[in-house]
Design a binder for this molecule. Sequence first.
Ligand code: PMP
Ligand code: GLU
Length: 394
Amino acid sequence: MELANRVKTLTPSSTLAITAKAKELKNEGHDVIGLAAGEPDFNTPQFIIDAANEAMQNGFTKYTPSGGIPKLKEAIAAKFKQDNDLSYSSDEIIVTTGAKHALYTLFQVLLNAGDEVIVPAPYWVSYPEQVKLAGGKPVVVEADEANNFKITPEQLENSISNRTKAVIINSPSNPTGMMYSKDELEKIGQICLKHNILIVSDEIYEKLIYTVDQHVSIASISEQLKEHTIVVNGVSKSHSMTGWRIGYAAGPQKIIKAMTSLASQSTSNPTSIAQYAALAAYCSKEDAGDEMRNTFSERLDTLYELLNDIPGVSCQKPKGAFYLFPNVKEAVKKNGFDSTDDWVKALLEEEKVALVPGSGFGFPDNVRLSYAISIDLLNEAAARIKRFVINHQS
Ligand code: PMP
Ligand code: GLU
């Protein structure tokens, strides 16, 4: 049986694939250190787990409205008001099966064949694939590493054509951890308004910031920009709830309505119990994130220093998320490898350290390291990478 054309060119998520491979090797008894995982290594807070248990006991185990239970939408609206000074009504919000599915659904309802979406690189692995799955064309715009991996307003404007429908902004970014300032977002926003382009603002790492810089949602800059923006967010990273699969999108009612119709024909609804868990996460006075943020911040400082001490590896200091995205071009060359992918493969085979090669993020000279593991393991991983680089020095 021949498969549909749309999956013939589909690349599976490299982040998930490498994480799975590292786990498999570990289960086989290999001493693998996984720096590939795109999820916090903290348990979901107990009060959230208790809320899910209670929901089950109370019989909330049935279908819910496709776009999410009203109470959760209200809680998400309150979160937007409090954190981002954004006012959304319930019909401007959809709860989805993870933020990934919010993005997937959005591109499905937005794009006709050949419509273009500007994807700044380095990008999160799923953006170009999701655009292609919706029949669209990802237009990759390479940011300059020297500009902290951020695209400039000029680059954005130069990549716009009469088929451009949207641009994706992910701040703080996966894989670089970099953030756009309010000023930068204003300039990007002006260009989007001028050319009538929708902004897809992926704010999933909003709560994981380790500097004094404030996260700014581009939608909050002006009422006009709000009307041109879909904000995507979720509880996966903020509350260490990756497996619960609750994300959401907020934006113009017409788009949200179409996304909700599509959800009614695809997922039916996000898992009822997980919605009640997310409701508890947003209604609680407890800040689930402080301990996690402090721990991540400490690990970032440690790993950043260690990486910059490795010959041929240079690293910028991220402001958020839980990744470092060093340039390893010189090390790859000096170590005698043809590509970063080969270097990463050999590192896993020889030193049992799993990283994600930058190729999946549209930046093949770099690698992504996640610091969602203990400081001891980060120290050990950096020592192994250094040994690998020195052993292969030609
Ligand atoms: N956007 C980015 C940038 C991410 O890193 C992730 C994490 N996988 C997602 C969206 C999707 O998150 P979720 O687990 O809610 O689907
Ligand atoms: N966002 C995470 C990552 O980039 C999870 C994996 C995925 O969803 O692809 O690793």
